[in-house]
Design a binder for this molecule. Structure first.
Ligand code: NAD
Length: 366
């Protein structure tokens, strides 16, 4: 019998503990369909880890994450730990894990399922069928550049940061984006501000150079201000977008909102050695935690990305996404995607039932 693939599961806090078990059940069903042998184990992170061990990221969690093929995470944080100093808060656990695993590529898809086209702030015809992927560099740029600080010069305070990228940092994120474009529609748009910022002139040069290795991918460049406009004007023109840490932070949230709900947004973060962390974009939602109200689809779709990018099992990923589409088509909705308009044909379901419906669709698919 082939060896089992280890998946580390980190439910975390709040609704993380509700949505992650549902996503794991979906993963088991998808694995069974495709013959993959998965072994799940669970570890602590965030507030729950603070309560049990005193640290938001116990060493054991990092060691087990390093050994696993991939990590599926729920969410961290909550009011119980809000009074702690910044360095001791649950969110440090997540930042620490990203750093420990060297996750430099953040993948944020904006995928709009046709039955939810009305949930977008844009006209349905502009977004129906939207499927774009933003690749954001996660460990460099202005968020980490030195020098940084606030100092007093001539009796006046002055704040400063440094936007810096080396050639190899740009090269490796560009290659991730080109490889992804190759698996999709072979189009890549690199976003910069090369008319003003030297660091992004270098970005454009290096991305163009890497493009020579990918003659089958159509590369374009766009200034970030125009990219912001185009995302809300005609988002379906994009396939894959690649950009630095700061622009990626902003553009991925803009793109996310084109799809309507926080409860539908998955993400993946990848490292050079193949490690991958998969998590919904949303937080621990303390306002609805423990009430079986959370939408598990963002975590289920993150699990689909795990199959696609860490297990090289695109058929399982496609099967999960198709099952989600059919469940939505059949009218099942958690509260966050119920909408305020005409609800004819829609049925309100809880976290667990939403998961059961997805599994039902997975198992009945041909
Ligand atoms: P949040 O994403 O937890 O919630 C924002 C709003 O969206 C809430 O009204 C919530 O009920 C709703 N919501 C979020 N996910 C949902 C889902 N799956 N289904 C239905 N509704 C959903 O953001 P917040 O309220 O600003 O933060 C709450 C806590 O989560 C804080 O402690 C924050 O630091 C933490 N947080 C963690 C992460 C993470 O773990 N990656 C991300 C963001 C916030």
């Amino acid at each position: 019998m082939s060896e089992k693939i280890e998946i580390l599961v980190l439910p975390g806090d709040g609704i993380g503990t509700e949505v992650v078990p549902v996503a794991v059940a979906v993963m088991r069903a998808a694995a069974a369909r495709t013959g993959l042998q998965l072994a799940f184990s669970e570890a602590l992170i965030g507030g729950t880890a603070i309560d049990r061990t005193g640290s938001p990221l116990p060493d054991e969690t990092v060691e087990r994450a390093r050994r696993a093929r991939a990590v599926l995470l729920g969410a961290v944080g909550g009011p119980k730990w809000d009074a702690l100093p910044t360095r001791e808060r649950p969110e440090r656990g997540l930042l620490g894990l990203r750093a420990a695993l060297g996750l430099f590529a953040n993948l944020r898809p904006a995928l709009l399922f046709a039955p939810l086209a009305d949930a977008s702030s844009l006209k349905p015809e502009l977004v129906a069928g939207l499927d774009l992927l933003i690749v954001r560099e996660l460990t460099g740029g202005i968020y980490f550049g030195e020098p940084r600080g606030i100092e007093t010069v001539n009796n006046e305070r002055r704040g400063f940061n440094t936007d810096v990228y080396t050639e190899h940092e740009i090269d490796r994120i560009a290659r991730v984006a080109f490889d992804l474009a190759r698996k999709r529609n072979h189009r890549l748009c690199s976003v910069d501000k090369a008319n003003v910022l030297e660091v992004t002139q270098l970005w454009r040069e290096v991305v163009t150079g890497v493009g020579a290795d990918y003659p089958d991918v159509e590369l374009s460049h766009m200034y970030v201000d125009n990219a912001g406009m185009q995302l809300v004007r005609a988002p379906k023109q994009f396939d894959v977008m690649v950009t630095g840490n700061l622009f990626g932070d902003i553009l991925s949230d803009v793109a996310a909102m084109l799809t309507g709900s926080l409860g539908m947004l998955p993400s993946a973060s990848l490292a050079a050695d193949g490690a991958g962390l998969y998590e919904p974009v949303h937080g621990s939602a303390p306002d609805i935690a423990g009430q079986d109200k959370a939408n598990p689809l963002a975590t289920i779709l993150s699990a689909a990305m795990l199959f696609r990018y860490s297990l090289d099992a695109p058929a399982a990923a496609d099967a999960i996404e198709a099952a989600v589409d059919r469940v939505l088509e059949a009218g099942y909705r958690t509260g966050d995607i119920l909408g305020s308009g005409d609800r004819t044909g829609l049925r309100l379901v809880g976290t667990r039932e939403m998961g059961e419906r997805v599994i039902e669709q997975l198992e009945s698919a041909p």
